[in-house]
Design a protein around this ligand. Structure first.
Ligand code: MN
Length: 489
């Protein structure tokens, strides 16, 4: 039998009896509430909420979130009232469902208003990030059944997913969901390109896998000799959409893409990650500029891994990624990943201030029994040390707290920084020492012959801006001393 609650419960071996009961109750409640409703595909509506809950279970979210997944369309689409839901399921679950319902009303305004939509979504979920995770799980199932929706609406939903929801998943570190959303939307958003890319993927993936096989066999032996505990070695094939985006940067030249298929090695400790990298570099020549240590310097969303690209010696070039099981899990599941941790190990300390919220992951062992506490603490820290503002086109710019438009301009490009004349925040002119807040849309107005000013040094927060300003001033000063010298003589 399909669509049995048990299927979802089986995905979550750690559930306690009362949590199982909660899921059964939510499933039954939703089934009854949506009775007689059907999707465009002709399927009972319940299947949609079941699949949403299942997506959440696959990300191993906590029971209230999965229950809210079952119930997420009940307030919007059925006669059930908030009071009834609160009486049955309590404040927490009802609040999650209300959050998702509210999010449904944030309308996508097209590419120009992209930043606006993203900001609204982030603001609406700031009090509980689980709301956005439910929304993402909901969206993923909608995308996977998009063929039943009429054509015009299809493209809109697909584009909105790529421009708004996938970046959000990325921000929350849920790499797997980001990839899944993009790939589900790709054929509807850019049908021609998607066809081309899947053809390239089919042709190339096998070929690349073969050169990785050789590398793998040789490497395996050496790693075993070194007594490194390999937990898993596998391939990861690049998601079609992200391959397409990358190829656009390289004039659509597939030969410039080295990570179409990458070898992924999961080992037991940070030390073993570096040891494995050492073995790889002693066997093969690494490509300069492509050794990335995201363990010591994690990405903004907490992603940690070592990456290197090597020449296989047979004319092949392949990428290898090395990380621990915890890092791997976090890369895939981000904010949702802490439920999967069985033990409290090896995050490298101390993390950059910007990643302070990641320290919370260390307390996981204690947090496992109290997932809500964990999320409560996490949401406090998640964005507190950093702000993220938007360009008018919706690109997210990460900055430390108290950054100004000058920092923002330098973060985009050093040329832009130096030419800053004035700035607008959310459409209003502001002075250049205005502190940017998370969610602000910042527009930099430049002057062609503009140059950095000394007073900017006290108006900037980022090292990048300060360094660029200083180096300009130094150069400029030495120039003028030089000029004066010649004038005198
Ligand atoms: Mn839905």
């Amino acid at each position: 039998m399909q669509y049995q609650t048990q299927e979802i419960i089986d995905l979550l071996p750690h559930l306690k009896a009362d949590e199982k009961n909660l899921l059964h109750k939510a499933a039954d409640f939703a089934k009854l509430a949506h009775e007689g409703q059907f999707r465009k595909s002709g399927e009972p509506y319940y299947i949609h909420v079941f699949e949403t809950a299942k997506n959440l279970a696959l990300y191993e979210m906590d029971p209230p979130t999965i229950a809210a997944g079952f119930l997420h369309d009940v307030l919007e689409d059925t006669q059930t009232t908030e009071k009834e839901m609160t009486d049955e399921f309590g404040e927490e679950i009802c609040t999650l469902v209300k959050g998702v319902t509210k999010l449904g009303r944030v309308k996508y305004q097209g590419h120009e208003r992209h930043a606006e939509s993203l900001r609204k979504l982030l603001m609406a979920t700031a009090h509980d990030h689980r709301v956005i995770i439910i929304k993402l799980a909901d969206r993923l199932h909608n995308l996977r059944t998009l063929e039943h929706v009429d054509e015009k609406k299809r493209a809109r939903i697909a584009l909105e997913s790529i421009e708004i929801y996938a970046p959000l998943a990325d921000r929350l570190g849920i790499g797997r969901l980001k990839g899944e959303i993009e790939d589900a939307a790709f054929p509807y958003a850019f049908p021609e390109d998607q066809k081309k890319i899947s053809q390239i993927l089919n042709e190339r993936a096998e070929q690349t896998k073969k050169s990785l096989d050789d590398v793998y066999n040789e490497l395996k032996e050496k790693i075993e000799e070194a007594k490194i505990h390999v937990k898993k070695i596998n391939y990861r094939i690049k998601h079609a959409y992200s391959l397409w985006r990358k190829m656009q940067k390289y004039e659509m030249n597939i030969d410039k893409i080295y990570d179409l298929v990458a070898l992924r090695i999961i080992v037991s400790s940070v030390e073993e990650c570096y040891a494995t990298l050492g073995i790889i570099h002693s066997l093969w020549q690494p490509m300069p500029g492509r050794i990335k240590d995201y363990i010591a310097l994690p990405k903004f969303n907490g992603y940690q891994s070592l990456h290197t690209t090597i020449f296989t010696g047979e004319g092949g070039i392949v990428e290898i990624q090395i990380r621990t099981a915890e890092m791997d899990s976090r890369a895939e599941y981000g904010i949702a990943s802490h439920y999967q941790y069985k033990k409290n190990t090896e995050l490298k300390k101390p993390l950059d201030e910007k990643f302070k919220w990641l320290d919370e992951f260390k307390d996981l062992e204690k947090a496992v029994d109290k997932p809500h506490d964990f999320i409560d603490r996490l949401k406090g820290d998640f964005f507190s040390d950093q702000i993220f503002a938007f360009t008018p086109l919706g690109d997210v710019i990460d900055l430390p707290n108290e950054s100004t438009p000058i920092d923002f301009a330098y973060a985009i490009h050093s040329d832009l920084g130096g030419k800053t004349a004035s700035a607008k925040i959310n459409g209003k002119m502001v002075s250049l020492d205005t502190k940017i807040k998370s969610g602000d849309i910042v527009e930099i107005v430049t002057r062609k012959d503009g140059v950095p000013k000394e007073k900017w040094l006290t108006m900037t927060k980022t090292n990048k801006a300060k360094q660029k300003i200083k180096s300009y001033l130094n150069e400029h000063e030495s120039e003028s001393v030089f000029a004066r010298f010649f004038k005198k003589n």
